[in-house]
Unconditional design. Structure first.
Length: 295
């Protein structure tokens, strides 16, 4: 599966917002059964989600359809999963984890439900929201190799702040405080260690599109392969930030051409500097990203 640049949250009980999201260039929609839905409306939201998923089951979808269920340590998650799996979602967003134990448990639950619904075992992927609890900061390495279903991990500053009893997660400068920067860094490193996709967290101020672009661009340059949006206006900004610039593409082509010219050497000189195989690997990654963005 190619990395998804933008996941867009949509309340699972809002037909209007879902219809609007269908016309937006998000790679994946997250039909949210957790924070966006009042518990009293959960039965209806589950039914709406199942029916919406079922309409396109087995057909080519212009956007992937993922569902955020309630945390596994509540009595809401199993009813969520049992209700929506007839629609065969592309993936499940797993919130408020403590360690990989929750992802492994979800893996087993999905296998049983896939068998019930005649879905290929292992087809339903998992995106873990990996840093919403204090304990999770000490267990991120447990996800490495935990389940082949895990597409990737994202991190959450808002719920982590609540878990820590913090009044804010950002300094006066607007930058994240140290503990949230640590969470972001550990999420990225764990994903790279486990061959999972690192997906950067939401940018809560949906009116500040310039700040969103700067954060998304910094995330891409750091190694993140996508970002989560909470508002339709954020999607095009994220897609733009996660597409290589013309300058980056041109340089990547020059790197690849330089290695081609030396016929298999592990190092080559370019612009007065020695570059080696990691630079070649990154150049190929840039061109692959550009191809996906143009597609």
């Amino acid at each position: 599966m190619d990395p998804l640049r933008c996941f867009l949250f949509v309340p699972a009980d809002s037909e209007r917002k879902r219809a609007k999201a269908e016309g937006i260039a998000a790679d994946a929609l997250i039909l949210d059964l957790e924070d966006s839905v009042n518990q009293a409306n959960l039965p209806k939201a589950r039914e709406m989600t199942r029916d919406y998923l079922s309409q396109s089951r087995g057909k080519a979808r212009p956007q992937q359809l993922w569902v955020r269920v309630n945390p596994l340590d509540t009595d809401l998650s199993l009813p969520d999963l049992a209700a929506i799996m007839p629609g065969a979602p592309d993936g499940i967003i797993l919130p408020k984890t403590y360690s990989a134990a929750e992802a492994i448990k979800l893996d087993h639950m999905l296998s049983a439900l896939e068998a019930r619904e005649d879905i290929s075992i292992g087809q339903t992927k998992i995106l873990v929201v990996a840093t919403e609890t204090a304990r999770s900061l000490f267990t991120l390495d447990s996800f490495v190799g935990a389940s082949e279903r895990i597409y990737g991990m994202t991190w959450g500053a808002e719920d982590l702040a609540a878990a820590l009893g913090a009044f804010t997660n950002r300094a006066q400068s607007g930058a994240y405080e140290d503990v949230y920067r640590l969470a972001r860094t550990l999420c990225l490193a764990a994903c790279k260690a486990g061959d999972m996709e690192p997906v950067d967290s939401v940018y809560p101020n949906f009116r500040d599109l310039e700040g969103l672009y700067e954060e998304a661009l910094q995330g891409r340059k750091t190694g993140f392969t996508g970002k989560v949006a909470i508002h339709p206006d954020q999607v095009d900004v994220i897609n733009s930030a996660f597409a290589p610039t013309e300058e980056e593409i041109a340089f990547a082509k020059r790197v690849i051409a330089a290695f081609d010219d030396v016929g298999g050497s592990g190092t080559v000189g370019l612009d007065g500097k020695m570059i080696d195989m990691p630079h070649l690997k990154q150049a190929r990654r840039v061109l692959a990203m550009a191809e996906r963005a143009s597609g």
